[in-house]
Design a protein around this ligand. Structure first.
Ligand SMILES: [Zn+2]
Ligand SMILES: [Zn+2]
Length: 77
């Protein structure tokens, strides 16, 4: 099951689990659309893997399994 991390690792913008616009790699490094497309060309800067669109989680599924609240933020060095 995806963690559904709450924000972009690069710019810390909110990425709610029930909204589109989040991109993840196989390790679930999580980025917003701007960072994933413009900065990284859909390649994860941490592991080199493909960034794909994260599916949304809505309704009962989201109530039973709310997204992660642990914010991971690694601003550009
Ligand atoms: Zn971002
Ligand atoms: Zn990664």
């Amino acid at each position: 099951m995806l963690e559904m991390r709450p924000g972009c690792e690069r710019c810390d913008v909110d990425l709610p689990p029930d909204q589109t616009g989040a991109w993840v790699c196989s390790f679930e490094c999580t980025f917003c659309t701007d960072c994933a497309n413009d900065d990284f060309q859909r390649v994860c800067p941490n592991c080199g893997g493909e960034l794909v669109h994260r599916p949304t989680r809505v309704g009962d599924a989201l109530r039973k399994h709310p997204g992660s609240t642990l914010r991971i933020h690694n601003p550009p060095s």
